[in-house]
Design a protein around this ligand. Structure first.
Ligand code: NDP
Length: 334
């Protein structure tokens, strides 16, 4: 089995030499254990934070040990007393490797009769739930609201834009990088307006797209986009601070948004969240999202990279915008 390890803590932008792909022994499953052949690995921006040795909501990757992350796979061997049979599809957190030895009692079996297994890493997994919680609990959308979503062509953002509409938003605006993504926002995901942050002039673009201001901003990127949104927020507006990918590779913390003080006069609520504290919403969300997928009213994209050896490039890709929708690594089934 091959596994990815972090061997040096990146300063600024990670380099290929900060990582290595190594062969590791695969042990037979003991009592209550299962051996899983991973078939899909989740590739996520938060992994950049885990490369730093700093206290956070999720522990840092340890140097010279297998990295971890969301994954799905198929059980290829089961130890005595394992409640999960060989052949079952499961989701777990021992990604970045080809085989995972797991405690069956702590592993989630997936029903793949209606959706492909990898959906549980995206729209029916953490990224979909994040979009839903952000717009229902953190910065609740009310009927008639104008909603702005950044990182809108990504896994969280593309789902957030569509959920905003379902929650009654009168207008949903998205931002993404490059003309193709911007076109996809309106033509495929049903955003009412879209802006290309790489074009610059964010405040002007946002003013044109949201002449009546913004009531709810779902922030995936931080930085200049957050600042531009602050200038357009309406009285009593709400901002869900979900991610800040524009600063994840910064060597030192950049200054906060220059227009933050506008939050006072506008009586804004800015609320950060990590989805781990909101897992109780999962059953409610899964029920709704499964229905939307079945009726075809929730659209998703996947960007798939093949092979464990390409997982690192997939990570660099998700950080630089190579993906539309969920970034995934596909590994062979057998
Ligand atoms: P995405 O699928 O959105 O991929 C990341 C995207 O970020 C890229 O495709 C790229 O798109 C965009 N990007 C990269 N650099 C910049 C930049 N400088 N400015 C603006 N956009 C940039 O990833 P996810 O959907 O998995 O995650 C989206 C955000 O949500 C991340 O910030 C992530 O950390 C956060 N998150 C937070 C969670 C929580 O619990 N709070 C849970 C899950 C995710 P483009 O081509 O448009 O630049």
């Amino acid at each position: 089995s091959r596994e990815w390890q972090l061997i040096a803590r990146p300063v600024g932008e990670p380099k290929p030499t900060d990582f290595r792909l190594l062969r590791a022994e695969v042990a037979d499953p003991g009592p209550g254990q299962i051996l899983v052949r991973n078939t899909w690995l989740s590739v996520d921006p938060y992994m950049r934070g885990r490369m730093n040795d700093v206290p956070s909501y999720i522990p840092p990757f340890q140097l010279n040990e297998a990295m971890t992350g969301g994954a799905v796979g198929v059980v290829v061997a089961a130890g005595d007393g394992s409640a999960i049979p060989v052949g079952a599809t499961v989701s777990h957190f021992e990604g970045w490797r080809e085989y995972a030895l797991l405690d069956a009692a702590k592993t989630q079996v997936l029903d793949t009769s209606k959706v492909p297994a990898q959906a549980f890493l995206g729209v029916l997994g953490i990224t979909g739930l994040t979009a839903y919680v952000g717009l229902t609990e953190i910065a609740p959308v009310k009927e008639g609201d104008v909603v702005f979503v950044s990182g809108a062509a990504g896994a969280v953002g593309s789902v957030a834009g569509q959920i905003a509409k379902k929650l009654g938003a009168s207008k949903v605006i998205g931002s993404a990088g490059g003309p193709q993504k911007v076109k996809r926002l309106t033509e495929h995901y049903g955003f009412d307006a879209a802006i290309d942050y790489r074009e610059g002039g964010l405040r002007t673009q946002l003013k044109q797209a949201a002449p009546d201001g913004i009531d709810v901003y779902f922030d995936n990127v931080g930085g200049d986009t957050l600042d531009a949104a602050l200038t357009r927020m309406n009285l009593f507006g709400r901002i869900a601070l979900c991610g800040a990918i524009s600063v994840y590779n910064e060597e030192s913390m950049p200054a906060g948004p220059p227009h933050l003080t506008l939050a006072i006069g506008k009586s804004l609520t800015l609320r950060g969240f990590t989805i781990g504290h909101h897992m109780k919403a999962f059953p409610e969300y899964i029920g709704k999202a499964s229905g939307w997928l079945a009726e075809g009213s929730l659209r998703t994209d996947e960007t798939v990279v093949d092979g464990i050896e390409e997982a690192l490039n997939a990570f660099f890709g998700v950080m630089s915008g190579a993906n539309t929708g969920k970034m995934l690594v596909r590994l062979p089934e057998a």
